[in-house]
Design a protein. Structure first.
Length: 210
């Protein structure tokens, strides 16, 4: 199904979420933040879902905030769409696999810090523009301390040598994410339930519940 330029479907045990707004490089506006939060929550509460796959289109992952929507989104309320989306990522108990082609910028890059496995295609590029914009990182900068130095400064990551700093688990020299990710996702979704949640994520979930 598609809601607000966001697709979501259950394929076996895999809940696939696609950001599909190619005319705006998959930039997120208020309704899309809300739809993404809802899609992540649906996966969280569905016992049939063993793994979540997040992807953009074939030439772009996500350009972050739609700058035209900044005025209506910020300052963000405690129950605002962006806040709800960030919390949905942080509180997602199911393993999250992200397939990245093209640009992942701003929120599109920091949301990946919540993923348990990030597969980057040949064209993948990660950009953290926060310092130049005079703002602090949002989506996942505090959720993954090892990536925080990259997220805090203006930085563009594109080469294979930078992939660890960009939280990339695997780089594939392929132009199409769907050629690769199903095997990775199937492998994760077929493992025992407890082992599907990495220890770092279990720690964050336990701390949040305390």
């Amino acid at each position: 199904m598609m809601i607000a330029n966001l697709t979501s479907e259950l394929d076996g045990q895999i809940w696939s979420i696609g950001i599909d707004r190619p005319d705006k490089r998959n930039a997120l506006n208020g309704t899309m933040f809300d739809a993404l939060a809802n899609a992540l929550r649906l996966a969280q509460g569905d016992v049939r879902v063993h793994c979540v796959l997040l992807h953009g289109t074939s030439d772009c992952f996500c350009a972050g905030h739609d700058t035209a929507a900044f005025g209506s989104l910020w300052p963000q309320m405690a129950d605002g769409a962006v806040t709800r989306c960030i919390n949905a990522f942080a509180e997602q108990p199911k393993p999250l696999v992200a397939a990245v082609n093209g640009a992942a910028v701003g929120f599109g890059a920091t949301m990946l810090l919540h993923a348990d496995w990030v597969v980057a295609g040949e064209s993948a590029m990660f950009r953290f523009p926060f310092a130049d914009l005079g703002i602090v990182p949002e989506a996942g900068e505090r959720a993954s301390g090892h990536a925080a130095p990259v997220a805090r400064r203006h930085h563009t990551v594109g080469g294979a040598g930078d992939r660890q700093r960009a939280c990339v688990s695997q780089r594939l020299y392929s132009r199409c994410f769907m050629e690769v990710d199903p095997s990775c996702v199937e492998s994760i979704s077929s493992t025992p339930t407890r082992s599907r949640i990495p220890s770092a994520r279990r720690w964050r979930m336990t701390r949040a519940a305390a």
